[in-house]
Ligand binder design. Structure first.
Ligand SMILES: Cc1ncc(COP(=O)(O)OP(=O)(O)O)c(N)n1
Ligand SMILES: Cc1nc(C(=O)O)sc1CCOP(=O)(O)O
Ligand SMILES: [Mg+2]
Length: 211
């Protein structure tokens, strides 16, 4: 997959009345280079409509769209990939459904899960929650930046740090070796989404040299 630096996930509870597309477009203009549709509440039909809108937006800016949880929706809109969790369909089964050309990301919360994800052909892993977060109901305890260090030392596939990452603590995450950052509330809940993303990118670029 094409590399990325700043990954924004939708969270309409934080959008303050602004539309899904408006908020995500502001994020992309600010430097987000991969987006995920995450909607834990709506019907499949509504998720499909949102996925269609975000697919058009992602195509306009030539960035990948990932769909959380709903493999069928991802395939229906020809999204670039899916994100699955530890309790979702196993990676090998998801791969059989989506094929080798789609991106599959999987959440991991401990090094054994990261090893398994790499062995089973994940394109990237989520590493988190680094800090406490209110954006996910069934979240595990924070794994802290120690888990990032473990992943850096051992895992070779791309990873993205997630969970409670804000402009005020992202340096800690980057100093631990993360080169890709993912956020929901800090990005989509911001009064100035574009500016927030530009500041994230600036902080990432200060610490991450392009390979
Ligand atoms: C990039 C990224 N990392 C982790 C998650 C969390 O996925 P999951 O564990 O399946 O939990 P839900 O998001 O489905 O509540 C993610 N979505 N994206
Ligand atoms: C969706 C999600 N997954 C996590 C994981 O650790 O797998 S943490 C998380 C919520 C991230 O939202 P915020 O940036 O608002 O904290
Ligand atoms: Mg999930």
């Amino acid at each position: 997959m094409k590399d990325f630096r700043l990954y924004a996930i939708t969270g309409e509870e934080f959008h303050k009345g602004r539309s899904l597309v408006e908020v995500m477009e502001e994020a992309i203009i600010g430097g987000v280079d991969i987006i995920q549709l995450r909607d834990k509440k709506s019907s499949k039909k509504v998720v499909l409509e949102k996925a269609k809108q975000l697919k058009a937006l992602a195509e306009k800016y030539d960035i990948p769209l990932i769909v959380n949880d709903h493999i069928d929706v991802a395939l229906a809109v020809d999204a670039d990939g899916i994100h699955i969790g530890q309790d979702d369909l196993p990676l090998e089964e998801a791969r059989k459904i989506v094929g080798k050309d789609k991106i599959i990301g999987i959440s991991t919360h401990q090094i054994e899960e990261a090893r398994e994800a790499q062995k089973n052909g994940a394109d990237y892993i989520g590493v988190g929650p680094i800090f406490a977060t209110k954006s996910k109901e069934d979240v595990v305890d924070p794994v802290t930046t120690k888990y990032i260090e473990e992943v850096v030392n051992e895992i070779t596939i791309p990873f993205v740090a997630i969970g409670g990452i804000k402009l005020h603590n992202v340096e800690q995450v980057l100093n631990s070796g993360a080169t890709r950052i993912c956020a929901i509330s800090e990005i989509v809940g911001s009064d100035d989404v574009t500016k927030t993303c530009q500041t994230f990118i600036q902080k990432i670029n200060e610490r991450v040299t392009n390979e």
